[in-house]
Write a protein that binds this ligand. Structure first.
Ligand code: 8DG
Length: 145
């Protein structure tokens, strides 16, 4: 989930403290619970990780990851331009309001540089496919529109 402040031109990121991608900067998110939609999951994870409720999130993209060890992962990406509550640090994450022109790609997942800024600035929708060997991205392919 990427929450935007359109006036300040900032996005609410997190530094993740534990779980997959611990130490990395990312949008809030996590695994779908039984019976939940991906949208409900993204809203719940954002509440759990930051104490903030995203309002009217829009589905903006899909990430398909193939890891060489066989693991596959599918991630739905949402953008919200309104929210309730002020972000707080939790056991899971530190909130980071970040200018859209200064996204910290060197501390993010390796694929993010290929879609995140264009999605947030141009508000385009996308589909991304990536092959990873552990943390290292081997191939990337992004389709827009
Ligand atoms: N931006 C971006 N996000 C990614 C990438 N890979 C990846 O798993 N994510 C997201 C999807 C999830 O929101 C989050 C990983 O969460 P997870 O489901 O494995 O982990 P978690 O430990 O937080 O899960 P949970 O126990 O809270 O459900 O990171 C990536 O390459 N780029």
């Amino acid at each position: 989930m990427f929450i935007l402040d359109e006036v300040k031109r900032e996005v609410l990121l997190i530094r993740k403290k534990r779980g997959l991608g611990a130490g990395k900067i990312n949008g809030p998110g996590g695994k779908i619970d039984p019976g939940e939609t991906s949208l409900q999951c993204a809203i719940r994870e954002t509440q759990e990780e930051l104490g903030v409720t995203a309002l009217d999130p829009v589905h903006h993209g899909e990430l398909w990851f193939q890891f060489v060890d066989g693991l596959r992962m599918h991630v739905d990406v949402y953008v919200a331009t309104a929210h309730e509550g002020e972000p707080v640090e939790t056991d899971e994450a530190v909130p980071l309001w970040t200018p859209l022109h200064a996204l910290p790609f060197d501390e993010m997942w390796a694929d993010d540089i290929h879609w995140l800024e264009r999605m947030l600035v141009e508000r385009e929708k996308f589909l991304g496919r990536f092959v990873f060997d552990d943390d290292k991205m081997l191939t990337h392919e992004v389709k827009w529109g």
